[in-house]
Design a protein around this ligand. Structure first.
Ligand code: AMP
Length: 438
C-alpha cells in the first residue's frame, strides 16, 4: 500500500495535527507529488481537478512556508494570493485554508464579487497572510486602493482553465503584472489546453510538473447508467427516480438557468423538495441553498454546469443528468460531484433521441459504453439494432434495478479500493484566523 505519509512529505506537527482533526489518513497522489516541491519553494504546474485533494496540495505548503518566515504585517498587504474562478470555489478554498491552518497564527480573508465590498475592505485593512480571491473583485479592490499586491510571495491560480473559459485571462494577466517577479507561482488546471500552456510558459519559472489522471479514476469509481426516454417523459422519470429512498443527496444537472428553475419548481410541486443554483441567483440565495444542501436540509439540488463547478459537498449519492452536456468533458466534471475522496456514487443520464449523438461523444471520451438501464416505467421501445451495442453492454454489465423498483441499493464500493483515506465522521471546516469580522 501507500507508504507515503504526511509526515514523510515534510509537514510540521502543527499541520499534521490539523490533518488528523480533518480525518485525512494519508496524502492523495497529487498531495504526495506536490507538497515536497512546494515546500522547497519551486514553481509548479499541476494538472488535476477538484476531487483529487489539490486544495490541500497547495494550501498546506503555503501555511508552512508562511509560518516559517515571520513577516511584519503591513496594511492592506497580502503574502499569499490564491485566485479562483468562482465565488463558490473561493469560499471552499478559504474554508480549507481555515481548517488546515486552525492551529497557526496566520490570518486570512476571502473576497469575491456579488456581495458588498465594505466587509472585505475591512478584512484586509491590516494586511492578511493568505487572501483567496476571484479575479474581478480582486482588481476592483486593488483599483480602490484597498489591497496591495506588491508584497505577494506566493501566488496560486486554481482552475486556470476555467478562468480562461470564463474570459478572465486579461484579469489574470493584470494580477500577475501587479505582483513581484520574485515569487513562487503555482498553476493548477484540469486540462492542459494551449491557452494554459501559453500562460504557464509566461508566468512559471522552471516549474515542477505534476499530473494526476483523475478523470478515468473518478469514472471508475462511479456506477454509471443511461436511461433512454422520450423527451416528454423525462420529468416523470426523474420524479420516479428521486422518490427512491437510496437517493440521499442528489445533484440534477440542467443545461440552462431557466430549465434549472423550472425543473426545481416542478419537482417541488411533485413533493420533492428541491432548489436551483445558477448564475442568476444572488450570492445570498446561492449561499443559503448550498448551506441547506450541505447540511442535509435540501436533498435535491438542481444546478447548471457553471454553478456546480467546484462544488464540494460530501456524500452526494447520485448525480442525474437531466440534459446531456454539449461538451463531453462536462460529463466527467458533472459525475465527479459524486464519488468524492474515494467514495463511490451513482450517475444516471436521461437521454432522449436527439441527445444520442452527445452520448456517443461522451462514450468516446471516457472510452467505455455507459450501461443502459431498461427497468424503468418510461423505457423507450427502441427498434432492434438501434441501441445494439449499448444493450449488449447492459446485459453483460451490472443490472442494479431488476425488480422494477426505483433505483435500489447504495453505491457499491469500488473493487480496486479507495485511492485515499475516507474521512467519515470528520468534523467539517470551521473558520479560524482573521476571516470576516474576526
Ligand atoms: P479538492 O480536490 O481539494 O477539492 O478535495 C476534494 C475532497 O477531498 C475534499 O472534501 C477534501 O476535504 C478531501 N481530501 C483532501 N485531501 C484528503 C486526504 N488526504 N484524505 C482524505 N480526504 C481528503
Amino acid at each position: 500500500m501507500n507508504e507515503i505519509t504526511f509526515e514523510s512529505l515534510g509537514l510540521n506537527e502543527t499541520l499534521l495535527s490539523s490533518l488528523r482533526t480533518e480525518g485525512y489518513l494519508e496524502p492523495t497522489p497529487i498531495q504526495a507529488e506536490t507538497i515536497p516541491s512546494l515546500l522547497e519553494g519551486r514553481d509548479l504546474l499541476g494538472c488535476a481537478q477538484t476531487g483529487t485533494g489539490k486544495t490541500a496540495a497547495f494550501a498546506l505548503p503555503i501555511l508552512q512556508r508562511l509560518s516559517l518566515k515571520a513577516a511584519k504585517r503591513e496594511p492592506r498587504a497580502v503574502r499569499a494570493l490564491i485566485v479562483a474562478p468562482t465565488r463558490e470555489l473561493a469560499a471552499q478554498i478559504d474554508a480549507s485554508v481555515a481548517a488546515y491552518g486552525r492551529r497557526s497564527n496566520l490570518t486570512r480573508a476571502c473576497v469575491y464579487g456579488g456581495v458588498g465590498k465594505v466587509p472585505q475592505v475591512r478584512a484586509i485593512a491590516r494586511g492578511v497572510d493568505i487572501l483567496v480571491a476571484t479575479p474581478g473583485r480582486l482588481l476592483d479592490l486593488h483599483g480602490d486602493g484597498a489591497v496591495r499586491l506588491d508584497r505577494v510571495e506566493i501566488i496560486v491560480l486554481d482552475e486556470a482553465d476555467r478562468m480562461l473559459d470564463m474570459g478572465f485571462i486579461h484579469d489574470v494577466k493584470r494580477i500577475i503584472a501587479l505582483i513581484p517577479t520574485q515569487r513562487q507561482t503555482v498553476l493548477f488546471s484540469a486540462t492542459m489546453a494551449d491557452g494554459i500552456k501559453a500562460l504557464a510558459d509566461t508566468i512559471l519559472a522552471e516549474p515542477v510538473r505534476v499530473a494526476v489522471a483523475p478523470e478515468q479514476l473518478t469514472v471508475d469509481l462511479i456506477e454509471q447508467k443511461v436511461m433512454h426516454v422520450e423527451k416528454v417523459n423525462k420529468r416523470s422519470l426523474l420524479v420516479w427516480l428521486l422518490k427512491a429512498e437510496s437517493v440521499a443527496r442528489a445533484i440534477v444537472f440542467a443545461r440552462t438557468k431557466h430549465g434549472a428553475n423550472r425543473l426545481a419548481e416542478s419537482l417541488t410541486k411533485e413533493g420533492i423538495h428541491s432548489d436551483a443554483i445558477h448564475a442568476n441567483k444572488s450570492q445570498s440565495q446561492r449561499t443559503r441553498t448550498m448551506d441547506a444542501f450541505r447540511e442535509g436540509r435540501l436533498r435535491v439540488l438542481v444546478a447548471t454546469d457553471l454553478a456546480a463547478r467546484g462544488i464540494d459537498v460530501e456524500a452526494i449519492t447520485h448525480v442525474f443528468n437531466f440534459d446531456l452536456p454539449h461538451e463531453p468533458e462536462t460529463y466527467i466534471h458533472r459525475i465527479g460531484r459524486t464519488a468524492r475522496a474515494g467514495a463511490a456514487g451513482i450517475a444516471v443520464t436521461l437521454c432522449d433521441a436527439d441527445e444520442r449523438p452527445l452520448l456517443r461523444a461522451i462514450e468516446r471520451l471516457i472510452g467505455q459504453r455507459v450501461p443502459v438501464e431498461l427497468d424503468h416505467p418510461y423505457a423507450l421501445d427502441v427498434r432492434p439494432g438501434e441501441l445494439e451495442d449499448a444493450r449488449g453492454n447492459a446485459r453483460g454489465g451490472e443490472r442494479a434495478n431488476r425488480g422494477g423498483r426505483p433505483m435500489g441499493g447504495f453505491p457499491r464500493q469500488p473493487g480496486g479500493g479507495a485511492r485515499y483515506g475516507r474521512r467519515d465522521g470528520a468534523p467539517s471546516a470551521e473558520r479560524v484566523g482573521s476571516g470576516f469580522g474576526a
